[in-house]
Design a protein around this ligand. Structure first.
Ligand code: NAD
Length: 260
């Protein structure tokens, strides 16, 4: 259980991050949920999480592409709760294009949000974790942190980089109560993936259901999506005492994608 701990989850207003936030709140952690969205919807979500689980929840609208926002968000977390015990680097975006047509500003944006934001968050969160002698950093990488696909140059580079960063952080904290690990989901049906399914349906002239089946068949041997709640469960496991000696690891939750 995580009673009395504070968890900061980036990109927690949607998809996987929301599943992680719900799981950590259910275990008793107070939350800073970061992410974009309609103010009224975010306020309702914040209240719902707090009431259902009896924890304190605050929202941060920090833009993960901006290091100064990341620093301010961690400061807000420490000021409000006195600590940052669990940091989940989940916010992420995708952009799809062959390398020769890849817009350089999109390359920079994917790298900033999917990789550099995790560095900036760790940079400012680690001193607080070291003071308390305990911490959990969980980086949501991807099957694309372990293997590649065409048209995803920035995303694949960022996620491979995130796994490298995870290993460095694990080594630099190896003699402490702080651990750093990466979770590597395969396909999870979230708005980020729905967009790719809709684009596939248009491109191939097939129904959305057919495009969904083709997406799974191309990569994920289980032919089933993983769920945000399942990713949340793996993050909660990494926060438990059973995971004290799991350091610098990548945990795949990909229906067999990277076993091939
Ligand atoms: P999503 O699009 O449903 O949610 C993304 C979240 O990130 C949202 O809360 C959004 O507001 C937030 N966000 C986006 N840009 C931001 C920014 N600049 N600053 C702050 N917040 C920002 O996506 P998802 O599918 O839930 O993906 C979450 C993470 O999981 C990403 O890192 C993604 O790469 C990874 N992932 C997803 C899948 C999948 O199949 N869905 C697979 C592997 C890895």
């Amino acid at each position: 259980m995580l009673n009395g701990k504070t968890a900061l989850v980036t990109g927690a207003t949607s998809g996987i991050g929301l599943g992680i936030a719900q799981t950590l709140a259910a275990q008793g952690a107070n939350l800073v949920i970061n992410g974009f969205g309609e103010p009224a919807a975010i306020e309702a979500l914040t209240k719902e999480l707090a009431q259902r689980h009896g924890v304190d929840v605050v929202h941060s609208g920090a833009d993960m592409a901006r290091p100064a926002d990341v620093e301010a968000m961690v400061a807000q977390c420490v000021e409000r709760f006195g600590s940052i015990d669990i940091a989940v680097n989940n916010a992420g975006i995708q952009y799809v294009s062959p390398i020769e047509d890849f817009p350089t500003e999109q390359w920079d944006r994917v790298l900033a949000i999917d990789l550099s934001a995790a560095f900036h968050l760790m940079r400012v969160a680690l001193p607080h974790m070291r003071t308390r002698g305990w911490g959990r950093i969980v980086n949501i990488a991807s099957a694309h942190g372990l293997v590649a696909s065409t048209t995803k140059a920035a995303y694949v580079a960022a996620k491979h980089g995130l796994i490298g960063l995870t290993k460095v952080a694990a080594l630099e904290t190896a003699t402490t109560g702080i651990t750093c690990n990466a979770v590597c989901p395969g396909w999870v049906l979230t708005p980020l993936v729905q967009k790719q399914i809709d684009e596939g349906a248009l491109r191939d002239g097939v129904s959305v259901d057919e495009a969904k089946a083709r997406l799974l068949a191309a990569k994920q041997p289980s032919l089933e999506f993983a769920t945000p709640e399942q990713i949340g469960g793996v993050v909660a496991f990494l926060c438990s005492p059973a995971a004290d000696q799991i350091r610098g690891a990548t945990l795949s939750v990909d229906g067999g994608w990277t076993a091939q």
